[in-house]
Write a protein that binds this ligand. Structure first.
Ligand code: SF4
Length: 442
């Protein structure tokens, strides 16, 4: 059982999307056109057979529907909550072109997978023992997806995770109004329930165990180490109390408590999805004034437009084309001095302004962990990102990689797809080119 602390700030959040009741799910499912060559499938990184799982809900075969989802994506429960469906499956639904509301695929997926969890339906078991052993470094979405399928192939699996908590960003980083850490823990338990996955927590490669030891113990290694700590700007005042990395702050809020006593103004630096998430989190925790400070324009921000639109409705403000040059305050931060940028991203002389802030959250990206594998001959690393083939294979025999450490930082659903793909490739590598797919394929 994955252990999540009971006292957590995140329990103050409520789901931002209501779950469907059975009747609502059937009505919505019956709107689907069950398209041939469905664009919604093509938009899904795990290629779930969406019309098929929806058809099964329409015919009240929810167990079959859940099976269809999990066959493609064992993290189907969390993906139903955290996927940016507006730019993936739902955004591709043919109804968008007909000026009709698209099918609520995420909510239907949540309905089927939640029922599977509630009813305790089991679909998978480990394959016959092959005698091979695989190390998985990192127990986030990619590692978990790979572990599950490797067990289905019959390989022994050991997961090495540096944290005490499993689940990776699903447990530590997902906005709690989308999914709370206890739900991520339920998913970890659901996946580990296949049995035979040895989980070693508090073990960091390079500190507690070395690649050479893993090579001696295992026949293949899947590297799924995610991303590193928050990046910081090199400006005066970084050491002030109240200046934090956003990902670190979110983790504290999800797995423990953050204090917002005396915090009336938050400045979030960045314009990506983490920035937008943390803006909404601060607002929903009751902070009066939350300002996103981004060096580019609103049109250029990389955060999803639908999420930013929701943030604005919740009261978010923004200062576009602003770059912090100093954090102000004695011991604790009181404001951010920033310079305005022109359209060529050059500072405009004499344009400095000060934005009041009792808390500054830096969401300008996370470090890459390529250094962790740089001692391994044959593994290419570019800008900190591990380079792999489509299958996840690296240039070093027996080493595969997937998830954020190999894609640079994408969605949970990408990590799930890459973990599954790597499991298949690892199986092929171990079985000398003969894939041992079960009859239904996976
Ligand atoms: Fe159903 Fe829309 Fe997918 Fe067509 S594109 S199968 S209508 S969800």
């Amino acid at each position: 059982m994955s252990k999540i602390p009971e006292v957590r700030t995140e329990v103050n959040f409520v789901d931002y999307k209501d779950a469907y009741a059975a009747a609502q799910a059937v009505i919505e499912a019956n709107r689907c056109l069950f398209c041939e060559d469905a664009p919604c499938i093509q938009a899904c990184p795990t290629a779930i057979d969406i019309p098929q799982f929806i058809r099964k809900i329409a015919t009240e075969n929810v167990r079959g529907s859940a099976r269809t989802i999990f066959d493609s994506n064992i993290l189907g429960m969390s993906c139903a909550r955290v996927c940016p469906v507006e730019v993936l499956c739902v955004g591709s639904c043919v109804f968008n072109k007909l000026d009709v509301p698209p099918i609520q695929i995420g909510k239907l997926q949540r309905y089927a997978t939640d029922l599977a969890y509630d009813k305790g339906w089991k679909f998978y078991e480990a394959g016959p023992d092959t005698g091979f052993s695989v190390a998985i470094v990192g127990a986030g979405p990619a590692g978990l997806a790979a572990a599950h399928d490797l067990r289905r192939f019959g390989h022994a699996v050991t997961m090495y995770e540096k944290r005490a908590v499993l689940g990776g960003l699903n447990s530590t980083g997902v906005a709690p109004y989308k999914m709370r850490a206890d739900r991520a823990a339920a998913e970890v338990d659901w996946i580990l329930d296949i049995g035979g996955i040895d989980v070693q927590t508090g073990v960091e490669v390079g500190e507690d165990v070395f690649w050479s030891e893993l090579e001696a113990k295992h026949d293949a290694i899947f590297v799924a180490i995610g991303l590193g700590p928050d990046k910081h700007l090199k400006v005066p005042g970084t050491e002030l109390e109240g200046v934090h990395g956003a990902v670190d702050w979110i983790e504290q809020m999800k797995l423990g408590e953050v204090s917002l006593e005396g915090v009336e103004r938050v400045v979030v630096v960045g314009g990506g999805n983490t920035a937008v998430d943390v803006v909404r989190e601060a607002l929903q925790l009751g902070v009066r004034a939350v300002t996103m400070l981004y060096r580019g324009t609103e049109e250029a921000m990389s955060g999803y437009a639908h999420e930013w639109k929701a943030a604005k409705i919740e009261g978010a403000r923004a200062l576009w084309q602003g770059l912090p040059v100093a954090y102000l305050g004695e011991d604790r931060v009181k404001g951010v001095r920033c310079v305005r940028m022109d359209d060529d991203k050059k500072p405009i002389e004499g344009s400095e302004v000060v934005v009041g802030a009792d808390l500054v959250l830096l969401a300008i990206g996370q470090g890459k962990l390529g250094d962790m594998v740089s001692s391994l001959d044959g593994i290419a690393v570019e800008w900190g990102v591990m380079q792999t083939e489509e299958s996840g294979a690296t240039g070093r025999a027996g080493y595969f990689a997937g998830g954020d450490c190999a894609n640079g930082g994408k969605e949970v659903v990408n990590a799930a797809a890459e973990g599954k793909r790597a499991a298949k490739a690892i199986n092929g590598y171990l079985m000398q080119g003969t894939l041992t797919l079960p009859a239904e394929g996976f």
